[in-house]
Ligand binder design. Structure first.
Ligand SMILES: O=C(O)CCC(=O)C(=O)O
Ligand SMILES: [Fe+2]
Length: 362
């Protein structure tokens, strides 16, 4: 990063841990920050060892787009070590974290939420994105040695890759999709070249949490995301017109349906809009494993799920093409890969030649 870039970066990145009063640039209007609905039923919790797990996953995908899983075989010590590693990273002095800052056009490293550019106000959070090996980053953060940081990240990535694959097959299986139906998986259903990123999020305690926003509403551009949240509430998902808090359950992991499952399932399962809120006393941490397909694979509605009555709603896209669309159009990205927009109960309009204007919205 050049000195000029670093100055621009510092201007935008305040050390949230040292701020005693919420600056105006972090104060969201009450409209953006609408409170959560009380009395909602809770987000489904699914025991992966339950013989009906696939059925429960199907129901959760259809009605929520999010669920928590227990009995997932990820050792609790690994979850605790991952959380401790995240805390160790974010508790470094601000200037030290800046040494591993994400470059302006880069993806990995330390920085504000990448979705920040779509919002007029700043978010009360800091993030660290890791793709592939953590070693280079660790070397910048801890020149004297990073202890077990890299081992924990590597072990966590390995375990999350296995679990993501298992959960993906529960999701696809609930739609009647069999291992042989996905060409980019081998006969056992494994995806050897699956791409993934690890997103560490830190939400320092905030002097005015009711006016602040940790991470603004978004859907994930993944097939699915597995989120480990610390025991502090903050994650909320949209349900109907309100927001429902995903209550932390010790040892449970949250699974979010991402945009690519929406495409694969031809809209049968929708990605879930979610956001993270902050609080006055506790420093919240979350670790998101962002799971996607191999980079060269074109994701399209599965042919088993389409017919004359249910034409493909989305055109084929690779993950990187889709990320490019998301980087430009953010929460409207799915509309930009959409082929047909339902207009009446009985028919579809072909939108493939449309210039993606507001006709597509809704
Ligand atoms: O911190 C959370 O609970 C949500 C994080 C998240 O949505 C993300 O990293 O994409
Ligand atoms: Fe997310």
């Amino acid at each position: 990063m050049s000195l000029q870039q670093l100055d621009a970066f510092r201007e935008k990145h305040l050390d949230l841990n040292s701020i005693k009063e919420l600056p105006e640039s972090y104060a969201w209007s009450s409209e953006d920050n609408c409170p959560s609905s009380s009395n909602s039923e809770p987000v489904p919790v699914i025991n992966l060892k339950d013989s009906n797990a696939m059925k429960h996953v199907g129901y959760a995908c259809k009605t929520w787009g999010v669920f928590q899983v227990t009995n997932h075989d990820i050792p609790i010590t690994l979850l605790n070590n991952m959380e401790a590693s995240g805390r160790k990273l974010f508790s470094l002095p601000f200037q030290q974290k800046l040494k591993a800052a994400r470059s302006l056009d880069g993806v990995s490293g330390y920085g504000v939420a990448r979705i920040s550019s779509f919002f007029p106000k700043l978010m009360w959070s800091e993030g660290f994105t890791l793709i592939d090996s953590p070693h280079q980053h660790a070397q910048k953060l801890w020149p004297q040695g990073s202890g077990n940081f890299c081992d924990v990240i590597e072990e966590y990535n390995k375990e999350m890759n296995k679990l993501s694959n298992r959960v993906m097959w529960l999701i696809l299986g609930s739609l009647g999709i069999k291992k042989g139906d996905i060409k980019w998986a081998n006969q056992e259903g494994e995806i050897k070249e699956a791409c993934a990123a690890l997103q560490l999020n830190s939400y320092p305690s905030c002097p005015d949490p009711d006016r602040a926003m940790g991470l603004a509403a978004h859907t994930d551009s993944t097939l699915l995301t597995i989120l480990h949240q610390s025991n502090t509430s903050g994650l909320q998902v949209q349900r109907g017109v309100g927001w429902v808090t995903v209550k932390p359950i010790a040892g449970a992991l949250v699974v979010n349906i991402g945009d690519l499952i929406q495409i694969l399932s031809n809209g049968l399962y929708s990605s879930v809009l979610h956001r993270a809120m902050v609080n006055r006393t506790q420093h919240r941490l979350s670790v998101a494993y962002l799971y996607g397909p191999p980079s060269n694979v074109r994701i399209a509605p599965l042919s088993k799920l389409t017919d004359n009555v249910h034409p493909p709603l989305y055109r084929p896209v690779t993950w990187s093409e889709y990320l490019g669309t998301k980087a430009k159009h953010f929460n409207k990205a799915l509309l930009f890969v959409r082929l047909c927009a339902p207009i009446t109960m009985s028919g579809f309009v072909d939108a493939s030649t449309d210039n993606h204007n507001s006709v597509l919205v809704g």
